[in-house]
Design a protein around this ligand. Structure first.
Ligand code: FES
Length: 249
């Protein structure tokens, strides 16, 4: 559904990474962690293509939700200039999110701008009594965000590729040293990270893919990817969350 929502805040929380809080009635439709919104940057004809941005946190009581995005292109840089009190044109909620299984202890793994949807996931899992351990990977210290928020929910480890903060290396380097047992993993991040996890994790898991999208609701075929069964699925309507091993990475 398309609607105008009010920007409550739009703050830089890491290097060119912005956290935007929005308010509006459409929040009541947001139930499943891992879903995304499709944002129209502004009303100009310059930025007609919407941007898919995952939902980082939902506050049903306040009718507010939070998105986190990296301002790394012309459109998202324009989004970073939007101010509190302005309206934003949103299509939401889109996609299939993470199934919430009845596990005892799960591992939540995020890479870079793939970290945000895992926060709402961890909140909802903790609310159901599932213990969560988090591993968050970034390129460098200046890119790190939400470590404190994840730490409030469960044990949290950070890795940076350049070693400027936390463990030097990748999320897989941290995971190797962790004591389980874990019943399942949930991940979101770059394809290379998801591939490494799918190949090395022995437990079942869910991954969320970050791909370029067009329409966001199944009509343009810009987001098609291949399953390991040789079929084709659309990330926007069949995903973006899939079971480990379901998609060719
Ligand atoms: Fe258009 Fe998925 S983005 S079909």
């Amino acid at each position: 559904m398309k609607t105008l929502m009010t920007i409550i805040a739009n703050d830089e929380i890491a290097d060119r990474v912005f956290e935007m809080e929005l308010e509006g009635a459409l929040t009541s439709d947001m139930k499943t962690p891992g879903q995304f919104v499709h944002v129209r940057i502004d009303e100009s004809t310059e930025h007609v293509l919407r941007r898919p941005i995952s939902i980082a946190s939902i506050d049903q009581e306040a009718s507010r939700f939070t998105i986190i995005y990296r301002a790394d292109g012309a459109g998202t840089s324009k989004l970073a200039d939007r101010r509190a009190g302005e309206n934003l044109d949103i299509l939401s909620p889109l996609g299939n999110g993470y199934p919430l299984e009845r596990d005892r202890h799960v591992l939540i793994i995020g890479g870079g701008i793939g970290v945000p949807p895992l926060y709402e996931l961890s909140k909802q899992l903790n609310a159901r009594g599932v213990k969560t351990t988090h591993v968050l990977g970034f390129n460098s210290q200046k890119d790190v965000f939400y470590e404190d928020k994840f730490s409030a929910l469960g044990e949290t480890f950070v890795s940076t590729a350049d070693g400027s903060y936390g463990t030097k290396g990748f999320v897989t380097d941290v995971i190797e040293a962790l004591d389980g047992p874990f019943d399942r993993f949930y991940a979101c991040g770059p394809k290379v990270m998801l591939r490494a996890l799918s190949e090395t994790m022995e437990i079942d898991g869910y991954i969320s893919l970050e791909e370029r999208m067009g329409c966001g609701f199944g009509v343009c075929y810009a987001c098609v990817c291949e399953t390991t069964e040789g079929e084709y699925v659309k990330l926007c309507t069949d995903g973006p969350v899939f079971r480990k091993g379901e998609i060719v990475l």
